[in-house]
Design a protein around this ligand. Sequence first.
Ligand SMILES: [Zn+2]
Length: 497
Amino acid sequence: MLLIGLPYLGAAQNQARLLERAEVVPAQEQWLQPGDRLQLRAKAQSGAQVRTSWGLQLPELHPSLANGQQGVYQVSYVVRPGDTLNSRRIKLYAQLPDGRRDSLLTTTTVRVLDPNVPQLARTRGALAYLNYGLGEDRLGGAKIGYLDSLVLLHVTGRVGGQYRVRLAENQAAWVPLEVATLLPPGGLVPQSLTGSWSVSGDAQYDYVRVSLQERLPYRSQLLLEPSRLVIDVFGATSNTNWITQRAGLQEIENVYYEQPQPDVFRIVIDLKHAQSWGYAVGYQGNTLTTRVRRPPAKLELRGLTVAVDAGHGGDNQGAVGATGAKEKDLTLAIAQRLRQGLEQKGATVLMTREADVSVDNGARIVRLRRAMPHLLVSVHINSSGSKDTKGTATFYRYVGFRPLSQAIYQELLKTGLAPWGNVGSFNFGLNGPTEFPNALVETAFVSNPDDEQRLINSEFQQQVAERIAAGLEQFLKDARAKGPRGWWRKQPALAHE
Ligand SMILES: [Zn+2]
């Protein structure tokens, strides 16, 4: 049992510290539940007995396990039912054979959750999302995907700035504290039977609506060949005995479900066209609604709405080259030229910024989701620690949107820039929307002297803008050529179509 000990009385104050450091690993605020590991580490003089107030010993590690250091003590304890710790620092005690003693509190606190009183939370805001794990880099942790607001989550732990939430029996995810509101104790663990479905189309979109008793978490994936949307709803179990597909559907070919696990309900939506034009998943009340976008009536720039995002701006200057060229200025110059080119071809262009102003990426995403362009191109300039790294690259997040970034990449190579690559699963905010195909262009490396010389040249900026526009046209041409999936075409249409 973890019981918080009495204050330690014996440590002499004015000796060199016997116990130099005490910490929970990782050294962040943690919430644990039975079955989780409480990991403690201490640095003390070698040869001591180190323990917690409740008598858990931290053995001294052999130096070969501690980067050659002596006096590193460590233990891993599996939390048991009935253990209690209420957001407290843990006091470690050390004693040497000569009787000298010391004690020290861990730098961060630990709370043990009581599984009998589930801790629930609801997502909040327009940009709530789930992460796979605790990883962090300049792009943040790897995202599972966005969630609607007010989705009910079962919090089973916390490390630092993220709550761990249970998705299914063997699946967990992490959610940042700032997009989840904890609920007072007393709720029931989120679960639901699925109710009736409605599959229908209106003037603009096709919809699949599945009624649930609660707003459960979900994840979605857009697959290729065949083009297919797969949505897993966590905590849901089928009570769906029929699915009526009504008139008005234009992009949805088939809908059905699977129950891959007792608490994972999978909605499968087969799409008619090889190229998906996006989708959105969210709730209307407790009804999970998947809105599927249809291809534009004409697959040509004329009549389409294209969002052009000039990266960075204002306080956020982005990368800076040796000559002082700033990414925020270069992206705006290229974006403005791209806008002009697209408008000349009859497209409507939405700019996320038109001047040297700061616009947060989250605000850009929220605005774009509201505006619903047909396509989005985000323009950035790359940078590397190595001056030798150069070339052009395009990025996508979802494989279903890859063709857009590939088409732009092929065109950009015609500028003579070195090939850097076409990069997938890229965890960049503006690659995040599922609502419309999107691509990130990392035009060239401002950190490379040759690339920088080109980037600051206005003729080259014009050339890049023209190649991006040509990439969009190629993407549309390819989508036209692909048309509906071949194996759909072979099947006779249903009578009502
Ligand atoms: Zn950038």
